[in-house]
Design a protein around this ligand. Structure first.
Ligand code: PMP
Length: 404
């Protein structure tokens, strides 16, 4: 059907493209398919009766606040709780500097809205979170990628990219990074490199946008401090957090911690976007954090996801043909696999779904068309035995491709 309004859309809609991940959901949702595609947290591990009681109490005891408009910055008591959560990753912050958002996704959008003009450049890791690429594209920004290795983004490459862009008159506005248990690569920026990255960005005058939804889901190794925790000046970093993975994605509660001037702009942007965050979901999260043993629930999540990660890594070792490599994440939801040269993960996907296994082809996680031999494998959602079966099917499909 012809769209009669086609010529009327704003130019920025050209940058709004369908996410490959979302397009996959229909196939991956078929019960016979093992989905290693979506990054959906396993909310079935939540104590649903407890959550229900928290919400019922909220309505009965604070209903007139919970069901009324609130502020665009968010409920103060939740912002206090959020500061306690951030302290677990070394961050000292004041509730006044926190803006509650509808998931950290909205915080990403608001940051892009207040910083990016068409043609501006954002530097990101390669690969990076697909919806961040799409968000920056929707504001008509250009993306410059910087490579990672097993220790996260390479600081020297980051400095080179800043210098090159500067020389081209394209001084970057932001460095967007997921430093811990990265989506999609599963790697974590080492402690030593964190200081280097902070220094490289400080010297180049580039604001860091640190996106950290997975930091508390560590399965082994020593915790690392958030970049924001060690920034020489708090105003060098805008930090994004989320309750989607540590509590409930469906409540859509995340936040930004920002320097005061940036915070003020974020609040104004939030006001025009949504008038008020939902007091109901904010108070529900706050009540849950304050009245329930939340650290115990995080332990439950960690143990469950660790078992799933181990199932995936063991199955990869058992079933992948020679020439396939993958990362070993110490936390989060994702393994990043690389096929032998010449194979194309996107072209292979129909064969994989035909064999009843789904993954996300790597190309969507790059803005520059690379990533053809890569795939993201999520271990968060299917139970361990399904993960093993899915990886076994995938190994057969890949072996078939190599034999072609
Ligand atoms: N950033 C990253 C790196 C993510 O993986 C996600 C969720 N997939 C988000 C942000 C958005 O999460 P939410 O809006 O649910 O907080």
């Amino acid at each position: 059907m012809l769209d009669p309004w086609r010529s009327r859309y704003a130019a920025r809609t050209d940058g709004m493209i369908a996410s490959e991940v979302r397009a996959l959901f229909a196939v991956a949702a078929r019960p016979e398919v093992v989905s290693l595609a979506g990054g959906m947290p396993n909310v079935a591990a939540l104590p649903l009766e407890t959550v229900s009681a928290v919400m019922a109490d909220l309505v009965l005891q604070q209903g007139t606040v919970a069901l009324q408009y609130g502020s665009a910055q968010g409920v103060r008591s939740l912002r206090e709780s959020i500061c306690d959560v951030m302290a677990l990753e070394g961050i000292t912050a004041a509730p006044d500097d926190v803006v509650v958002t509808s998931g950290s996704q909205q915080a990403l959008d608001l940051v892009a809205r207040i910083f990016l003009d068409p043609g501006d450049t954002v530097v990101t890791e390669a690969p990076t979170y697909v919806t961040a690429i799409n968000t920056f594209a929707a504001y008509q920004a250009r993306i410059a990628h910087v490579p990672m290795d097993g220790d996260g983004v390479v600081p020297e490459a980051l400095a080179d990219a800043f210098a090159r862009l500067h020389a081209q008159g394209r001084a970057p506005k932001l460095f967007y990074t997921v430093p811990t248990f990265q989506n999609p690569a599963g790697v974590t920026l080492s402690a030593a490199r964190r200081h280097q990255v902070l220094e490289v960005c400080r010297r180049a005058g580039v604001l860091i946008l640190e996106d950290n939804p997975y930091g508390l889901l560590r399965y082994d190794g020593e915790p690392v401090r958030a970049l924001r925790a060690d920034a020489a000046r708090g105003h060098d970093v805008v930090y994004l957090g989320s309750f989607s993975k540590t509590f409930a994605a469906g409540l859509r509660v995340g936040w930004a911690l920002a320097p005061a001037a940036v915070r003020d702009k974020l609040v104004l942007a939030a006001e025009s976007a949504i008038l008020s965050q939902s007091p109901f979901t904010q108070l529900a999260v706050d009540r849950y954090l304050r009245t329930e043993p939340w650290p115990d629930q995080i332990k439950v999540f960690r143990e469950m996801y660790r078992e799933r990660r181990d199932a995936m890594l063991d199955a990869l070792t058992a079933h992948m043909p020679p020439g396939v490599t993958w990362t070993t994440p110490a936390g989060g939801f994702f393994v990043w696999a690389t096929l032998p040269d010449g194979l194309d993960a996107k072209a292979m996907l129909p064969r994989a779904t035909g064999a009843r296994v789904a993954y996300v082809p790597g190309a969507g996680f790059f803005a520059d068309g690379s990533g053809r031999t890569n795939m993201r494998l999520s271990f968060c959602y299917p139970p361990p035995e399904r993960i093993r079966e899915g990886v076994r099917r995938l190994g057969d499909v890949i072996a078939g491709e190599i034999a072609l």
